[in-house]
Ligand binder design. Structure first.
Ligand code: SF4
Length: 279
């Protein structure tokens, strides 16, 4: 990470009155701005940002050092609210090892009792905070990103993010510790759908899936060429449909039997649908 800046933020709870989290969450909480994982399909760098260009995504990070204090200041908002943590960064990117900012925010949130907390990540660093996560009990859901079962594909689209095996080991531990985990297959990347289902089903209580919207959300157009046969409209649609129909078959001990639904919708609807999982 070339450009790391410690900043004093003006606010930390962003009201969700409009946008993709509206309806399912009252606030989003982002202790960092920027993200070192720099996934090629991340939509965040497309947000208006006067300080950074889209091509710089992944090279800069702003650390909101006063985030815990801001949570304490906003404690009346926290009480009884539904919080999405985080919508525009990964709360467990590697610099969390240094700053422990997510941990400090969780400690504050625990004091002021939100009604619902959804932690969204793709990082094994979440395991550092298992003690705190367990204290949230039923109010907590962890959304864990699994966009493919193939680590070659993961490396192409998310080269700086944790490997599939690391993620799998992480959700295995979370499940063993009694923490509820949902899988996010959004956007769906080239994969073997059967292996993906087989890999996830013992560990998650639900999942949501969405498609890649080239070229709006991917900064690496060459990947579309590289995986052209998978992203061919007919094949992509068929693969997604196959995933859905495979998961709708009655199975014993299956993801389907334990989840409320496995869905594919547009991003706004997807996040709203998360309220089904998180209510
Ligand atoms: S981990 Fe999330 S926020 Fe970070 S780059 Fe990837 S998609 Fe964007």
């Amino acid at each position: 990470m070339r450009n790391v800046q410690e900043i004093i933020a003006k606010s930390i709870l962003t009201p969700q009155k409009v946008g993709s989290l509206e309806g399912a969450f009252d606030y989003s909480l982002n202790p960092y701005a920027g993200c070192a994982f720099a996934c090629s399909y991340c939509y965040v760098p497309k947000f208006p940002n006067a300080r950074h260009e889209v091509k710089e995504w992944g090279d800069w990070l702003e650390v909101k050092t006063n985030a815990p204090e801001l949570i304490a200041k906003d404690r009346l908002k926290v009480f009884g609210s539904r919080i999405f943590f985080s919508s525009a960064t990964d709360p467990y990117q590697y610099l969390e090892l240094k700053y422990r900012l997510t941990r400090k925010c969780l400690q504050e949130l625990l004091k002021y009792q939100p009604a619902k907390l959804t932690l969204h990540t793709r990082s094994h660093l979440i395991l550092q905070d298992i003690d705190l996560l367990k204290e949230f009990g039923d109010r907590l859901n962890v959304g864990f990103s699994f966009t493919t079962n193939d680590d070659h594909v993961r490396r192409a689209f998310e080269p700086k993010a944790p490997s599939i095996s690391r993620r799998l080991a992480t959700i295995t531990t979370l499940r063993e510790q009694g923490i509820r985990v949902y899988a996010s297959l959004a956007p769906l990347l080239p994969c073997d759908p059967d292996k993906l289902i087989e890999m996830l089903e013992p560990h998650v209580v639900g999942a949501w899936v969405d498609r890649m919207n080239w070229p709006d959300v991917n900064r690496s157009p060459e990947l579309k060429e590289q995986f052209a046969s998978f992203f061919n409209e007919a094949n992509y649609e068929q693969t997604i449909n196959y995933l859905q129909s495979a998961l709708s078959r009655p199975r014993s001990n299956s993801l389907r039997s334990r989840s409320r639904s496995f869905i594919r919708q547009k991003p706004k609807q997807v996040i709203q649908q998360m309220s089904l999982f998180t209510s």
